[in-house]
Design a protein. Structure first.
Length: 255
């Protein structure tokens, strides 16, 4: 990884990726072998022990590496407001989460297909989960005796799985820890290309339906336009941030 500043940017990049969260990091890891890639990260690079040790993940909430989002009042929860942690650092939310994986049951995947259409067919989702398993199995936690007893009953009845991977027809399994010797193993480790930290992308430069550059704020100061002429600009937003992306006419941009 090469940490760059506005003064050390290359004059041209083949790909610009806005955001270094899980999607952005994986995309960068694939494109960096076929072209010049720049990753823009709105947060910082240094994360501290609260991020490096997954067990301390709650301490990252409300910190400088959290976007500090809050929900609107929830009518069905006494109009309370809730914190919505979202990582603002290299690796995005994979740098502040608990580093565990809980796979969905088949019924959940079927509901996803019903609500979201053909782009989320159950068979494709299962194939994606199988690919994740082949990349990294993770480790199982030490279960509380009461939890272990519940799991044993579920396994005996055919509705549970003791291996941490829910298969079709099963509904109960332990979570899987995605850690390495108690240390965080976030997606940011995959990036080997140029990274510009503390860079908030606020506008694309578009000429004749083609992106010719991007406007960014660096260290909360408006930076000059960067006519980087990329072949492709990717916005691998998470569930929350993509709703803030708008086209020049003010309409909501949809991926």
């Amino acid at each position: 990884m090469r940490i760059v500043s506005p003064g050390t940017l290359r004059s041209n990049y083949d790909y610009i990726i806005v955001g270094s969260g899980p999607a952005g990091s994986i995309l960068a890891s694939q494109l960096q072998h076929v072209g010049r890639v720049l990753v823009l990260e709105a947060g910082s690079i240094h994360q501290g022990p609260s991020s490096r040790v997954p067990a301390l993940y709650p301490r990252s909430f409300g910190s400088r590496i959290d976007w500090n989002y809050r929900t609107i009042p929830q009518p069905n929860l006494a109009n309370r407001l809730f914190d919505w942690p979202s990582g603002k650092t290299l690796g995005g939310s994979s740098a502040i989460n608990a580093m565990i994986r809980i796979e969905p049951a088949l019924s959940c995947l079927e509901q996803l297909e019903n609500h979201c259409g053909p782009d989320w067919v159950t068979a494709a989702s299962l194939k994606g989960l199988e690919r994740l398993r082949s990349l990294w199995q993770g480790t199982l936690p030490e279960l509380h005796p009461n939890t272990q007893s519940l799991l044993d009953v579920a396994v005996a009845q055919g509705t549970g799985n003791a291996h941490g991977l829910v298969t079709p027809g099963q509904k109960i399994s332990p979570y899987v820890r995605m850690q390495v010797k108690g240390r965080r193993h976030s997606s940011g480790r995959l990036i080997e290309c140029d990274v510009l930290p503390n860079a908030l992308a606020n506008r694309l430069l578009i000429e004749l339906d083609k992106v010719t550059g991007i406007c960014i704020d660096v260290d909360e100061t408006l930076a000059a336009r960067y006519p980087l002429h990329p072949n492709l600009v990717q916005f691998p937003h998470g569930v929350v941030d993509w709703t803030q992306s708008r086209l020049p006419d003010g309409t909501l941009w949809r991926p």
